[in-house]
Design a protein around this ligand. Structure first.
Ligand code: KIV
Length: 269
């Protein structure tokens, strides 16, 4: 079973890879490809559940998807994202929600969109045996306060992110996602921390990289400018679905090899 120690041990030595997944077959593909960590991100709100932000995503939705991903995964470390307002209000419910991902669904760790309000919680969870991946920079759960724009672009904001990064490391976080921040800030934070940094839109100097699976494989109509499409799954699905419709309508499918005939029933009806 993978542990957060294995991930920490790679920091600064080998690049760490992480992709999101929200179901068992996708998790199995990501896992078979040798990706280190699978994030059951609340990005499922946009990527899989049809919401227009991550805010409506519930603990039940993340829990159900986490169970599916765990069932599809053999080697990768599975990280469950804590959705909007499932933490940060009172510690008891945050611990219960995080604990549920490990106890009931089999995740190995949780990710928390971080800020000054999550330092203590990170320490509590880490002490209780719940590994925490912190997340700074652009935190989409704060969309109503900060929008979807680059973070850490002024000296003051960059200092605040660096300070919070150190505080979360000290509180016991095993790794840190840095989203949509300047590459030189991510480089500085990576140099200052012992725990691995995992970047998304944070340049090439972090210890690892993460992308949303829909963006990476080319499934969806839009992807952020900092991501890269490594495939054309949408195009492939469109071709397959159209071929199905055309072949059913033309009578080409199902063919003889897709059907079976029971000799005993011949001529009975
Ligand atoms: O929810 C998510 O998928 C994330 C990644 C973009 C880091 O937070």
């Amino acid at each position: 079973m993978p542990t957060v120690r294995d991930i920490r041990a790679k920091a600064g030595k080998e690049p760490i890879t992480m992709l999101t997944a929200y179901d068992a077959p996708t998790a199995a593909i990501v896992d078979d490809a040798g990706v280190d960590m699978i994030l059951v991100g609340d990005s499922m709100g946009n990527a899989a559940l049809g919401y227009d932000s991550t805010l409506p995503v519930t603990v039940d939705e993340v829990a159900s998807r986490t169970g599916a991903v765990v069932r599809g995964t053999e080697d990768a470390l599975v990280v469950a994202d804590l959705p909007f307002l499932s933490f940060g209000y009172d510690e008891k419910s945050a611990v219960e929600n995080a604990g549920r991902m490990l106890k009931e669904e089999g995740a190995n760790a949780v990710k928390i969109e971080s800020g000054p309000h999550t330092v203590e919680l990170t320490e509590t969870l880490s002490n209780l045996g719940v590994p925490v991946m912190a997340h700074l920079g652009l935190t989409p759960q704060s969309v109503n306060q900060v929008g979807h724009v680059r973070q850490g672009t002024t000296r003051e904001d960059a200092d605040e992110i660096l300070t919070l990064a150190k505080e979360h490391e000290e509180a016991g976080a095993f790794s840190l996602v840095l989203e949509h921040v300047p590459a030189n800030l991510a480089e500085t934070i990576t140099a200052e921390l012992d725990i691995p940094t995992i970047g998304i839109g944070a340049g090439p100097h972090t210890d690892g990289q993460v992308l949303v699976i829909n963006d990476a494989v080319g499934l969806g109509d839009w992807s952020p400018p900092f991501s890269k499409q490594f495939g054309d799954v949408k195009g492939e699905m469109e071709r397959a679905v159209s071929a199905f419709r055309e072949e059913v309508e033309s009578g080409e499918f199902p063919a003889e090899e897709h059907s079976h005939v029971e000799d005993e029933l011949d001529g009975v009806y």
